[in-house]
Ligand binder design. Sequence first.
Ligand code: GSH
Length: 208
Amino acid sequence: MKFYTVPVSPNCRKAESTIYHLDLDVEIIQKDIMSGELNKEDYLRINPNGMVPALEDGEFKLWESNAIMQYLADKARAEEFFPKNFKQRMSIVKWQFWGALHFNRSVGTICWETVAKPAFGLGDPDQSAIDFALDGFHCCAKILNQQLNSTDFIVGNSPTLADFSVGDHSALALNEHSQIPLDEYSNIKSWYQRLEEIPGWEKTRPSF
Ligand SMILES: N[C@@H](CCC(=O)N[C@@H](CS)C(=O)NCC(=O)O)C(=O)O
């Protein structure tokens, strides 16, 4: 299999970490967003969106990070990480959708404005965008913080795809410049820190 990725991207991080966590034999291919290579014909044949991550397994091509993660977990027969039991599996899928559609929209905006944009030299944080995202963050954070009240990870006491998907911004959110109010949500903060200690996750930590 071949996996196309870029550094720092949370969408790439969660899928690439799944490869390392499950010890899968996959060729990692680093792409460069700024060079325009994602919009060249040969890459658009792999992902017509011109985005990373993407996966090739022979003739089969897959994009969308959460779909890639599910594919990889089933390939690895990772029963604990992505169980076959239908209700357990759907409990994980539910959190993957929630992460993509709700929680990480807010977290992503705040991390982009406060950590990534300045680190890439792309200008100062836009405080109005941050404030708007903070409202969304508080709504979602209450739910996640409550979920993490009695377990170390989102679905039980060991990591699953739910944690890798919902936690994809962990390093940026824990960054000293991030304006994410993690001190108000201690369960989320310690869960993010717990994620950062998982070897396969740690391996893809951004350099800032
Ligand atoms: N929903 C997609 C989002 C992928 C995405 O936004 N990828 C970004 C990097 S984080 C990208 O490739 N951006 C390149 C561009 O927009 O030109 C997924 O989960 O895979």
